[in-house]
Design a protein around this ligand. Structure first.
Ligand SMILES: NC(=O)C1=CN([C@@H]2O[C@H](COP(=O)(O)OP(=O)(O)OC[C@H]3O[C@@H](n4cnc5c(N)ncnc54)[C@H](O)[C@@H]3O)[C@@H](O)[C@H]2O)[C@H](O)CC1
Ligand code: K
Length: 488
């Protein structure tokens, strides 16, 4: 018996797991009993003031969980009313329906009363189309009346695969799900529509909770072994040398944030490659970070002969898109890992194929686009509504032979070989000016220390979130950068 806290299982894969469980001799009805019991337990523990449990049941097994919860709540003295559709004969849901006493009312009959708590057991993993007008009306009534909702498995109307509603959708205070999270529990807006998600053990064997195409919640198991290890034999060059490209006079702060983040991530040396006109200005702000005046391609080519450079970050506050493109071509020739952020991403708007040609030797390119930057580079992927954010990041990673860090409240990290993680642990106040510059530098610093790109990106995104949590609400990017590298 188990839950898997880090694997994300699509609804289709969960259906296969359910089937495998039954095929291997497990009692599907027992799983449903356990699922319904968890739902009832969440209802009584989270809403002790509940006067009436309004259990809305759909025609499938999600509805079956609802019938079980209704029976158990009734047995514990809670006033229960059931609405919805009777399941077809023969399955576990029909059995759950048969042993639950009391009538089943038509859904449209529900009139909100003070003290109602809705248990939404209309659709879960089996949702395959927008909900009907009738259900949309009930959802609207629930919202208008402020009736709290506990969703069984997923809020009805939410796609567990994409995290995007297929039409009208409940907004739940709590979601009770089983065995493993679905992508829709973490991807936005799904995560917000789920409220607090409770992952419950219903007796599914651990060996069955698996996937041949795994997507993970970002967690240390993905990168721990690749983290740079401190050793007394190290000197500053062996801890890596990160180069961050500065923009002109007016926008040098972004590169400074990246550089500071890289240094605090543990890189031995960080140098700002600065346009000559901005060198003096940058010098007044820098202490541990070094500088090199780089005016043009010739200066850069000359400097790149120094083999003691380990990685590059280019883009934050960079400004000149043409110069970004020609610098990136030169960086590609070094064979070193490169992080492209902000202007360096925009520089390849609608011509991402030029980028893929530059970095097709080995995996050493990391891109950190936010929503708008992703769209600029991959308009077709961004516009395809059948794709989830996970699908988009994976396809972009394959196209560019790069690790894609598709940023947001639900940052998705994808590698060209299909490895993929969703980060859902960053505090909302990370969405602040300069935060992305810090992330780019942090990943660049980990790359400088020899971490492979996917692991560096997963670790960087996690450490960025942890630093944000330590910095607290109302932090600035300057506060954030000072939290990097501190113990958790
Ligand atoms: N994960 C587990 O180990 C367990 C999960 N359980 C619960 O089972 C559901 C999934 O059940 P399933 O029967 O496959 O799907 P649903 O109940 O979500 O719905 C299927 C049913 O509804 C029809 N349908 C789909 N979308 C719509 C729509 N928009 N409008 C009308 N009808 C729709 C579809 O055609 C089917 O007829 C899972 O979520 C868990 O809650 C088990 O109980 C325990 C084990
Ligand atoms: K549901």
């Amino acid at each position: 018996m188990a839950i898997n806290e880090t694997l994300l299982v699509t609804p289709a894969a969960m259906t296969r797991i359910d089937r495998a469980a039954v095929d291997s001799g497990l009692d599907g009805f027992a799983l449903m009993q356990s699922a319904g019991a968890h739902v009832a337990a969440v209802a009584v523990s989270q809403f002790p003031e509940m006067r009436r449990a309004v259990v809305m049941c759909g025609p499938g097994n999600n509805g079956g969980d609802g019938h079980v919860a209704a029976r158990l709540l009734g047995q514990s003295g809670v006033h229960v009313v059931r609405y919805g559709r009777q399941p077809g004969p023969g399955g576990d849901a029909a059995r759950a329906f048969d042993i639950c006493p009391g009538p089943l009312h038509p859904l449209a009959d529900w009139q909100p009363q003070a003290g109602d708590v809705i248990i939404d057991a209309l659709f879960g993993a089996g949702l395959d189309r927008p909900v009907s007008q009738e259900i949309a009306g009930v959802i609207e009534r629930a919202e208008e009346s402020g009736t709290p909702v506990i969703a069984v498995d997923l809020p009805s109307g939410l796609s567990g695969r994409t995290g995007v509603p297929t039409g009208a959708c409940f907004t739940a205070r709590h979601t009770v799900t089983f065995a493993a999270l679905k992508p829709g529990h973490l991807l936005m807006p799904g995560r917000a529509l789920c409220g607090q998600t409770h992952l419950c053990d219903i007796g599914m064997p651990a060996r069955l909770i698996c996937s041949d195409d795994p997507v993970w919640r970002n967690h240390p198991g993905l990168y721990r072994e690749a983290l740079p290890a401190a050793s007394s034999a190290q000197h500053k060059y062996s801890r890596g040398h990160l180069v961050v490209f500065s923009g002109p006079l007016i926008s040098g702060g972004a590169a400074r944030l990246s550089a500071m983040a890289g240094l605090r991530s543990g890189a031995g040396l960080v140098t700002l490659a600065t346009p000559p006109i901005a060198v003096l200005l940058q010098a007044t702000h820098l202490t541990a970070i070094m500088q090199r005046a780089i005016k043009d391609d010739a200066d850069l080519t000359d400097w790149l002969n120094d083999k003691r450079i380990s990685s590059f970050v280019i883009g934050p506050g960079f400004g000149d898109l043409g110069k970004a493109r020609s610098f990136i071509r030169l960086l590609a020739d070094t064979g070193c890992p490169v992080v492209l952020d902000a202007d360096a991403i925009t520089a390849f708007a609608s011509c991402s194929e030029k980028l893929s040609n530059l970095f097709n030797d080995k995996l050493r390119l990391v891109l950190t686009p936010h929503e708008g930057e992703f769209r600029r580079l991959f308009p077709d992927l961004a516009d395809d509504e059948t794709l989830s954010k996970i699908d988009r990041a994976r396809m972009a990673a394959k196209q560019l032979n790069a690790v894609i860090v598709y940023k947001g409240a639900d940052t998705v990290i994808a590698a060209p070989d299909g490895r993929c993680a969703v980060n859902a642990d960053a505090p909302p106040w990370l969405a602040t000016a300069g935060s992305g510059d810090v992330l780019g530098g942090l990943i660049g610093g980990l790359l400088a220390q020899g971490m492979p790109p996917f692991e560096a990106a997963c670790a960087g995104v996690a450490q960025h979130g942890e630093a944000g949590t330590r910095a607290g609400a109302n932090m600035t990017a300057e506060d954030l950068v000072m939290e990097i590298g501190k113990p958790a």
